[in-house]
Design a protein around this ligand. Structure first.
Ligand SMILES: Cc1ncc(COP(=O)(O)O)c(C=O)c1O
Length: 464
């Protein structure tokens, strides 16, 4: 390795020690002599690396003094995957740079709650699977699809044949795949109705796959089916009937039936995004819309992002029998397999052994506690309202004052708490009230309290 490469290696190593918390602000870094000996490099290499680190602001070196990690850098405020992904203003540099930045945006469940033994066993199963001189099945590993079908039968009220289950790389790929299938079948851009406010990443995925989107308002019962019936020809509609995203309404059976009736009459496809339905904090779980589908109009989308770990990037679609199935299956075949087979093997193991069910039992109780905390604290504040709390892992908080959601989000970020503004979910401006979306899935109760304290401070209201 050349000198430059060696220096870069030392720089990367010290940076990593700061990022993972091995070294924190104020800690002395090893002397150049000690580190050079430890790494087996020339002392000059370490001196050059420390100069570089000083120049970048990671450490402070002064003649004759011990070099120390600079103030204001430490574990915890490095951009997470989530921060990097989001282009909506959170990561705009306005956020606090303290070491205690709290990410309370929706989308992250309690991943770490899974029993380490179960998690390891699943990956051992993946490692132990016999190697094969073969390609993966584009529709997904048959064993995983069978487990998914069985799980749907137990938890969601319908048990599809395995052939109807197709594995996708997350919900976005599922929606993109369905859009592509519809486009190929229709020979033109499909017109897709979406909830307003609704799921942004889903909208992005469908537009980039060639859909023309139309926003349809949602009310306390979910998407407004009367409006849907009036907006002209629609090829598909995407809905979150069990827990409208983000506002949280549950679509009652009467509206479900009229939605299915509309789809049957018009030939439209209803795509059900069943993203967090396993978590219901009040009453019994609501069966999937697909469980009511007598005419084969529902494409059901589910996945492991909320139940297990969004980093797995594994979801699935359940296709109704008929032409839509054929079109989407053809697109799957053309795109090829998208979820690495070892991931699918590990997931199938977690399902087959009951590890996922045990994990869900555990986190469900935790989520219910967190949800209670939000409900109790918000109830004590006049002018503040919490919604979306009957299920899932996020709360929508709205207020009676005039503060805009985006301003509240920016001010909370300056105090070290990241949340999302309700406006970010709008298709047409003004479709959502001023408010924030707070994800509580991965927060401890003290963290949740801190997020709520900061919100109250920003809104200048007092909780009891
Ligand atoms: C409405 C909705 N659908 C689906 C998902 C899951 O997305 P993915 O499967 O791409 O991780 C989320 C995650 O936040 C969501 O909010």
């Amino acid at each position: 390795m050349d000198q430059f490469g060696k220096t870069a290696g030392v720089v990367a190593r010290v940076r990593a020690m700061v990022q993972d918390g091995t070294l924190v602000a104020g800690d002395a870094v090893p002397s150049t002599r000690v580190l050079a000996a430890e790494l087996g490099v020339a002392r000059g290499t370490v001196v050059a690396a420390y100069e570089q680190l000083d120049g970048e602001g990671w450490i402070r070196t002064r003649q004759g003094a011990v070099a120390r990690v600079a103030a204001g850098v430490g574990a915890g405020h490095w951009p997470t995957e989530h921060t990097a992904r989001d282009a909506t203003g959170h990561a705009d540099g306005s956020a606090s740079t303290g070491a205690d930045l709290l990410d309370a945006r929706p989308g992250i469940p309690a991943v770490t709650a899974i029993a380490a033994r179960d998690w390891r066993a699943a990956w051992r199963a993946a490692a132990d699977a016999p190697l094969r001189n073969a390609l993966s099945d584009p529709a997904g590993l048959p064993e995983l699809r069978a487990q998914i079908a069985a799980q749907l039968g137990l938890a969601r009220g319908f048990a599809p044949e395995i052939g109807r289950v197709v594995v996708t790389a997350g919900t976005a790929e599922a929606l993109s795949l369905v859009t592509e299938g519809l486009r190929n079948r229709l020979g033109r851009a499909p017109v897709v109705a979406v909830e307003d406010p609704g799921y942004r990443s889903g909208r992005r995925a469908m537009t980039s796959a060639g859909a023309t989107l139309v926003g349809v308002p949602v009310d306390g019962d979910g998407i407004d089916v009367d409006v849907l019936g009036r907006i002209g020809p629609v090829d598909a509609v995407i809905v979150t009937p069990t827990h409208q995203y983000p506002l949280g309404s549950v679509m009652p059976v009467a509206r479900r039936l009229s939605l299915l009736d509309w789809a049957t009459r018009t030939g439209a496809v209803v795509v059900e995004d069943d993203y967090d339905s396993e978590f219901r904090h009040r009453g019994s779980p609501v069966p999937a819309l697909a469980a009511l589908d007598a005419t084969g109009v529902v494409v059901h989308v589910g996945g492991f992002s909320k139940t297990l770990d969004p980093r797995l990037r594994c979801s699935y679609v359940v296709l109704p029998p008929g032409p839509v199935h054929e079109a989407v299956a053809a697109s799957r075949l053309a795109r090829g397999p998208v979820v690495a087979e070892p991931v699918q093997i590990a997931l199938a193991h977690l399902l087959r052994t009951g590890a996922l069910r045990r994990h869900l039992g555990r986190v469900r109780r935790d989520y219910t506690h967190r949800r209670e905390r939000v409900a109790t604290r918000v109830a004590a504040v006049a002018g503040l309202e919490a919604r979306a709390l009957d299920g899932g892992l996020h709360a929508v908080l709205t207020w009676s004052g005039r503060a805009a959601g985006r301003d509240v989000v920016a001010r909370m970020a300056r105090s070290g708490v990241l949340v999302s503004a309700l406006e970010e979910y709008e298709v047409s401006p003004g479709s959502a009230p001023a408010g924030i979306v707070l994800g509580y899935g991965a927060l401890t109760l003290p963290q949740l309290d801190r997020a709520l304290d900061v919100l109250l401070e920003v809104l200048r209201v007092r909780g009891d």
